[in-house]
Write a protein that binds this ligand. Structure first.
Ligand code: RUB
Length: 326
């Protein structure tokens, strides 16, 4: 049942994130900030307490949609921490400003990261990709804009085939693309100069949490001597891991893996569908951020600089039972 406090855009955005119509860590972060902006614009709250409470409720609704990409809570944090003012009007203005600022910073960070990642790519290089990452593609786009000829081996990325999106976008950039099934990756690793992936979260020890299959690819790449880089803006840094928390891996519906009819025809079996996995830092050569490239083991220094020793959860109500309609 829909929450009367929430603007329909918030619930629609939450639904689209959950069903992956909106997907990919950076895109999810931008959509969440934009949904808070809509809530702020449309809210009919008559008191500042009520306005703040509805914004927190909207953030909670968005925050629970997908658990692995930390860009989502980091985006909500960015906006809610800047919600400030004595009146509904000033609170509204502060949320709109923060959401606009966040989306703008996201775009600039991706462009800066792309320029840094492109420096690692030489003219004529061949890159293997996994899933669809706008941060990873920004590196290739910047290299192409520098006049380098880049070709790509694109992994299909079962079960949702995000590799098809990558293939399409690379073709739009004029990149020569070879599409392969995931299980063919090792065969082609000897032919590529880099493995380039994105990230949903980066842990304090430098582990890269990304689409399922990334860790197996990284292990094979290391075995083959192919360098692997993860392109990840700093909103992918997971502050909770500074204090020992682990990153929750999303388990998605089994129907993404097998249709019910085929499953029924096989008989009694268990189907599991983890959406992400964890690649330990020893398999990653570089994490590319808008603040520079880092060996994974040193990313913790940047995390401390950005987050201190931890973060709050500004979407939680300071005391229960505040909301009285929007
Ligand atoms: C997407 C995925 C991407 C990261 C980074 O998973 O794993 O590699 O989110 O993307 P899903 P970006 O399709 O399940 O959301 O660089 O665009 O933030």
């Amino acid at each position: 049942m829909s929450d009367p406090q929430l603007h329909p855009t918030v619930e629609a955005t939450a639904e689209e994130i959950a069903t992956m119509e909106i997907r990919g860590a950076a895109t999810i972060a931008a959509a969440a900030a934009t949904a808070l902006r809509s809530q702020a614009i449309e809210s009919s709250a008559s008191t500042s307490e009520n306005f703040e409470s509805t914004l927190r409720a909207a953030a909670r609704c968005l925050q629970t949609t997908r658990p692995t990409a930390v860009s989502l809570p980091n985006s909500l944090r960015y906006v809610l921490r800047r919600m400030d003012g004595e009146t509904v009007g000033s609170l509204r203005a502060s949320v709109i400003k923060a959401a606009d600022e966040f989306v703008d910073r996201l775009d600039r960070a991706q462009a800066d990261l792309g320029a840094i990642g492109a420096n690692r790519l030489r003219d004529g290089d061949r890159v293997m990709t996994h899933c669809h990452s706008t941060d990873a593609l920004a590196c290739i786009e910047a290299a192409v804009e520098q006049g380098k000829t880049i070709s790509a081996v694109v992994k299909e990325t079962r079960p949702r085939n995000q590799g098809h999106i990558t293939a399409r976008e690379l073709r739009e950039l004029g990149v020569d693309v070879t599409l392969i099934v995931d299980s063919a990756a090792r065969r082609y690793l000897g032919e590529v100069d880099h493995v380039l992936v994105g990230a949903d979260s980066i842990a304090a020890d430098g582990s890269v949490i990304n689409k399922i299959g990334t860790s197996g690819l990284a292990v094979c790449a290391r075995d083959q001597g192919t360098p692997i880089m993860a392109a990840a803006q700093t909103i992918k840094l997971h502050p909770d891991t500074l204090t020992g928390h682990t990153v929750e891996i999303e388990m998605r519906d089994e129907t993404e893996v097998i249709d019910p009819e085929t499953r029924g025809s096989i008989g009694d079996l268990t189907v599991e569908n983890p959406a992400f996995d964890v690649t330990p830092p020893r398999y990653i050569d570089a994490i590319i951020t808008e603040r520079g490239q880092f060996p994974p083991e040193s990313i913790v220094t940047l995390m401390r600089e950005l987050f201190g020793e931890g973060v709050d959860e500004p979407w939680e109500e300071p005391d229960a039972g505040v909301a009285e309609g929007s």
